[in-house]
Design a protein around this ligand. Sequence first.
Ligand SMILES: C[S@@+](CC[C@H](N)C(=O)[O-])C[C@H]1O[C@@H](n2cnc3c(N)ncnc32)[C@H](O)[C@@H]1O
Length: 387
Amino acid sequence: MSPARKLAFQILVLVEKGAHSSDLLHARTISLDSRDAALTIELVQGCIRRRSQLDWLIRHYSGREKFDIEIRIALWLGIYQLRYLDRIPAHAAVTESVQLTRFAQKASASGLVNAVLRKMDRKPVEWPSRALRFCLPEWLLDKWTRDFGSDRAERIAAASLIPPETYVRVPVSRTPIAERKDLEPTEIPGCYRMLGNETGGFRIQDIGSQAVVPLLGLEPRMRFLDLCAAPGGKTAQALESGVLATACDLYFSRLRALASMNCDKVVLDAAKPLPFSTPFDRILVDAPCSGTGTLRRNPEIRWRVQPEDLPRYVARQAAILTNALALLDPRGRLVYSTCSLEAEENEGVVARVLEDTCGHFQLIREMRRTPGEQPGDGFYAAVITSK
Ligand SMILES: C[S@@+](CC[C@H](N)C(=O)[O-])C[C@H]1O[C@@H](n2cnc3c(N)ncnc32)[C@H](O)[C@@H]1O
């Protein structure tokens, strides 16, 4: 069995049980060579992204509805390689899925897996619904259609099916890096698109994420509060400006990722009253959100997020933003950001909180990045100052 397929199978089983694919891929592909790592990532993200189509094909070709999870995943992997990838020989895809079935101690299903995969062809399928065509839950595609119009919703949905590009952060003090032909500069200073597989020691950070920090207008020695900081991509970017940073997060375990960063670290619940007495010159609220702008990178979000989650996110985002504004120096600036495409979590939260602060604060600028329209993840950011 190839190491890439075996690891992809193991990760997919864990993701089905609630784990996050990006965390597992990050942690477990480190020991693989770059080709195996790339194939593992492609298989895991591709199967999760195309899950509804893969399940439809399994039902169509087997005539059966119910499968043990391990058999279903062995079939996903086989079908994904046979129908969605060009470079894998059919016999390798079929044989390895049969072996995975045995590896998972489901040998009695190996005949079924073999038979279904041998029927698989690459003929275009007339998907029975628009949601299936775009591999989205019906409610989310309907919501995007209401919010963005049908054409734009379909463009965003189609873009969310494309594997993400990788961007790295090159501290501005180390740019330009003319000697690296495999890093292409972007319009965000210090943000480079990776053309090859090597990061060259630079930190991976999506271009959408890197577009947020410049809105803060950071200068050396400013007091900077990063309220939802982990895993610290934006904190690290902010520290390039020589700010005096305090990085906070609800989870100690997540804040550990910032261990080597030169800043104060505080574990706190930013939705509750905050333990600071001096105001800050700059505050970033990179709020916990539904993440619907990051479906390329976090494909399982499309299947996990539920319509009833949104009001819970909105209540927490509004509480965090309200607490943060109370700590903003009167000449200061706050940036509220999310990687969600949902207006409720973005302009909705900002409008509601500004209204509740009785006209003390004003929205001076908004930034929106939308998959398929700008490169990278979808992001929203609002720049808020005192009036
Ligand atoms: C979008 S992520 C932040 C990403 C981070 N700014 C970066 O660029 O790497 C949101 C973070 O908020 C944290 N969080 C969730 N609820 C929180 C709360 N009530 N108070 C503080 N942090 C919270 C999560 O643990 C998560 O690390």
